[in-house]
Design a protein around this ligand. Structure first.
Ligand code: 5GP
Ligand code: MN
Length: 320
């Protein structure tokens, strides 16, 4: 059933012991939105936790509310009610999928057009730059004043998914959400400094290795990050975040793909980016079992890196 944010808020008010779920390889939007909602539920006196597969990534550990987060299902209480935020499809719940599906009450709050509305209650707005925009509306409907900590999390969320208010998904509402967060005390320089202007040496070395392997064919650019590169750079899995931007920013490139070998060596995750008119969610990711947004989508393919890459490139070449 599709519901309004007010209906979703009223529904949440009726429960205690709530688990808020983010997606696997959680990014700023998933982490910031989930933690902010958990802080709001706690402000109402509820037991609530943010379930993030693999936990809070290293580069977001500066955010407040870290004590709200559990990684892979080791919850101190059995959740009665589950809310998936920024999760485009059930498989994106990763290692927490069974935990979500075993909750007696389940809802979805998301901004991915490809979302199959997999909750009992669903509020999906594809026009939103970030789930964080809707998380603010949810917090308002819950009747909870926006605290400085919630504001910091939401600012990180919307800044992350809008490319720090640069991408085509950025709207007046995106800026209005940001303004509300800044008024409530979000530290713009502090948050964006951590997200955009600070990287570990290992992350920098991984970026170098990835860009050294750049390949180009007309409007198309791609590169791979292998397990060997992670080892050589001493990098974490989350250190691949935003490498794909360097590919789509190359003059003349209109579709970019970053292929990331998974730890098992037998599967690969793809980050896809495009410029108008190409829709990488609908035309590339979805047909191969993934999803996402028009200009930013992803897939995980259960094949070794090179084989998976050939599948993705073949699909991309059909649309360019
Ligand atoms: P990223 O490239 O930043 O990991 O992901 C870009 C977008 O695609 C995000 O909105 C993310 O939720 C979505 N996405 C990434 N990987 C997958 C996937 O394996 N399946 C689905 N359904 N969506 C994905
Ligand atoms: Mn998002």
């Amino acid at each position: 059933m599709d519901v309004t944010i007010r209906e979703l808020a009223d529904w949440l008010k009726g429960f205690d012991d709530i688990a808020v779920f983010g997606h696997r390889a959680p990014d700023g939007d998933a982490c910031g939105s989930c933690v902010a909602v958990v802080l709001a539920l706690r402000a109402l006196g509820k037991r609530a936790l943010a379930c993030l597969p693999e936990g809070m990534p290293e580069f977001l550990r500066f955010l407040p509310g870290q004590d709200c987060v559990v990684s892979d299902g080791n919850l101190p209480f059995a959740p009665r009610c589950a809310l998936a935020v920024d999760v485009s499809a059930p498989d994106m719940l990763g290692s927490n999928r069974a935990l979500f599906e075993n909750c007696p009450q389940r809802a979805v709050l998301d901004h991915h057009e490809s979302n199959p509305h997999f909750g009992m209650l669903n509020h999906v707005e594809p026009g939103r730059a970030a789930a964080g925009e809707m998380a603010l509306l949810l917090i308002e409907e819950l009747g909870v004043p926006l605290s400085k900590d919630m504001a910091a999390c939401l600012f990180a969320a919307i800044s992350s998914d809008s490319g720090n208010f640069n991408y085509s998904n950025t709207t007046a509402e995106t800026f209005e959400t940001a303004a509300a967060c800044v008024r409530a005390g979000a530290d713009v320089d502090g948050i964006t400094g951590r997200i955009y202007r600070t990287r570990t040496e290992a992350r920098t070395r991984l970026l170098g290795l990835a860009l050294a392997g750049l390949e180009r064919d007309g409007k198309l650019a791609w590169t791979c990050v292998t397990n060997e590169m992670f080892r050589r750079a001493g990098a974490l899995r989350c250190d691949t975040e935003r490498i794909v931007n360097y590919l789509i920013e190359i003059e003349g490139v209109e579709i970019a793909a970053l292929a990331i070998e998974q730890e098992d060596g037998g599967s690969a995750k793809f980050s896809l980016r495009s410029v108008a008119p190409y829709n990488v969610a609908r035309d590339v990711a979805l047909p191969l079992g993934g999803g996402g947004h028009e200009r930013a989508a992803g897939i995980t393919i259960q094949r070794p890196l090179r084989e998976a890459l050939d599948m993705v490139l073949a699909r991309v070449r059909e649309i360019v």
